[in-house]
Write a protein that binds this ligand. Structure first.
Ligand code: NAP
Length: 348
């Protein structure tokens, strides 16, 4: 068989796995795909480079810390609970004694805390001169809440943790992500395959999950899926920005991608979806496989020109299936406007 025919065949097989969900999202997906997916990052390829991982105190984030450290990166291990951050850092150091790890504490759903932490990191890295650039920022922190909860700034919690905080963090760390033109940064939003079940809403009340006429009561699962959909839309919107894509204003080519991890065995799944965990448990992939695509995106910066920026198992994936309606442009615009207003930022 020619290389071209083989590539077509594996592409078709990969798509079948993806559409079947169970085959693609579970441990079966990477077990098969690793036969044809792109090469692993070179060992040591991130030596001397810095990566921030949020939600690093559990599950996929913790696995990501180990993977980045194995590639030689200095990993900024960010969590909201300082004791948990120290425990993870000690644990990873036990496995990888030479790992360069920096403990970071920030609640990504609290916009004031995000501003303060970004300013603090920027000041600390400025003192490091040549070593002050950021090579990767992975927005991995995530949570599924059971009832509508507001943050200190009055935003719905899932929206704040999945969308507003990460957007503000990206905005404020953009100078660090573009600080080394020879090795510009990558931002990855860890979304979820659950986002396929959700569309966007268009008024600020709907975006904030405040009760509106005709809307059912708050549902944590729906809030989770909708904010995960928002992450994918926002990552695509970031890629349209001239100041990240090296467009007309010639900014540094910072990449912004989103991905989903499939279904991975983590404390998050056990706590939030015990029924799902019970049924799917033996088939779930491990946390490292869930972390794989985000790590690979940062380490290799694959060319995604002309595609959407949503990935799974080292391949771009559609953001809607053919049977679904595409995102309503008015709802997308309303979301971007609301995110800008809530975070005090401007879309260039
Ligand atoms: N596991 C899966 O199958 C799966 C599927 C689809 C998508 N995902 C996504 O993958 C990411 C990681 O999930 P996981 O399964 O590893 O979940 P997990 O085990 O619950 O870990 C979530 C992490 O996010 C942190 N976090 C939550 N709220 C935060 C906040 N306000 N500020 C800072 N950190 C916060 C948690 O910190 P604490 O330790 O302090 O709680 C924890 O470190 C999430 O974004 C999730 O939506 C996972």
């Amino acid at each position: 068989m020619s290389a071209r025919a083989a590539s077509r065949l594996t592409s078709a097989l990969d798509t079948v796995l993806d559409r079947s969900l169970v085959l693609g999202y579970t441990r079966i997906g990477p077990a098969l795909r690793r036969r044809w997916w792109p090469a692993d990052p070179e060992p040591g390829c991130l030596a001397g480079q810095r990566v921030v991982v949020t939600g690093a105190t559990s599950g996929i984030g913790e696995a990501m810390v180990t993977s980045f450290a194995r590639l030689g990166a200095t990993v900024h291990v960010l969590g909201r609970n300082p004791a948990k951050v120290s425990t993870v850092v000690a644990e990873v150091r036990r496995t990888l004694p030479g790992a360069e790890l920096v403990e970071e504490v920030c609640d990504v759903g609290d916009l004031d805390a995000v501003r303060a932490w970004c300013d603090d990191l920027t000041a600390r890295l400025a003192a490091d001169g040549d070593q002050g650039a950021l090579r990767g920022l992975v927005h991995n922190a995530g949570a599924m809440v059971t009832e509508r909860t507001e943050t200190a700034q009055g935003h719905e919690l899932a929206l704040a943790v999945h969308v507003l905080g990460p957007h503000l963090m990206t905005e404020r760390l953009l100078p660090l992500l573009g600080a080394d033109p020879g090795s510009p940064g990558s931002v990855v939003w860890m979304s979820s395959g659950g986002m396929y079940s959700a569309g966007l809403r268009s008024t600020p009340d709907e975006i904030e999950f405040r009760p509106v006429e005709g809307e059912q009561e708050y549902s944590g699962v729906r809030g989770y899926a909708r904010t995960k959909r928002m992450q994918v839309e926002i990552a695509d919107a970031w890629n349209d920005r001239p100041d990240v894509a090296g467009g007309p204003v010639g900014g540094p080519v910072v990449r912004v991608e989103s991905c989903h991890p499939g279904w991975a065995a983590t404390p998050g799944i056990t706590d939030s979806l015990p029924g799902f965990d019970k049924v799917m448990g033996p088939l779930l992939r491990d946390a490292g496989s869930g972390a794989d695509t985000a790590v690979w995106l940062v380490a290799t910066r694959p060319d995604s020109a002309g595609t959407h920026h949503f990935w799974h198992d080292r391949r771009p994936r559609p953001t809607t299936y053919p049977v679904q309606r595409r995102t309503d442009p008015a709802a997308r615009r309303a979301l971007l406007d609301h995110v800008a207003a809530a975070t005090g930022t401007v879309w260039p």
